[in-house]
Design a protein around this ligand. Structure first.
Ligand code: AMP
Length: 117
């Protein structure tokens, strides 16, 4: 069994967080260290450590995450201005929390997709 992270406690509301959306499959809450005026994380309610651990059985929840990104964009008023969705995976992707999550970032021009050193 993969080890739970702090996100499981957030999903179960065992610790404080700013949850903006929750249903039977996913939970969305504001990032504790926002990188943009809107920075929300969308996570599956059951623990999937990373994209590397996604299975055929997870297709419904993966689709729900994308649909909820659209709903949150509407809630946050950034549908027209636009936003960026990011899913980090593994060391090179700089994934810090091993509970798969999608970042939704917006409310300002997010710049080029990747930094260009
Ligand atoms: P990643 O680098 O893709 O794994 O992103 C992890 C994100 O989780 C970072 O943006 C953190 O700021 C965020 N984060 C970590 N702990 C919490 C928390 N307790 N509540 C909300 N966001 C968190």
């Amino acid at each position: 069994m993969p080890e739970e992270t702090i996100f499981s406690k957030i999903i179960r509301k065992e610790i404080p967080s700013d949850i903006v959306y929750q249903d039977d499959l996913v939970t969305a809450f504001r990032d504790i260290s926002p990188q943009a005026p809107v920075h929300v994380l969308i996570v599956p309610n059951h623990l999937i450590p990373s994209v590397n651990d996604v299975t055929d059985d997870d297709e419904a929840v993966m689709g729900r995450m994308m649909n909820v990104a659209r709903i949150i964009a509407e809630q946050e008023g950034i549908t027209e201005s636009g936003y960026r969705l990011i899913v980090n995976c593994g060391p090179d992707g700089h994934q810090d929390v091993m509970h798969l999550h999608m970042h939704i970032l917006g409310g300002r021009d997010m710049g080029f997709m990747l930094s260009r050193p």
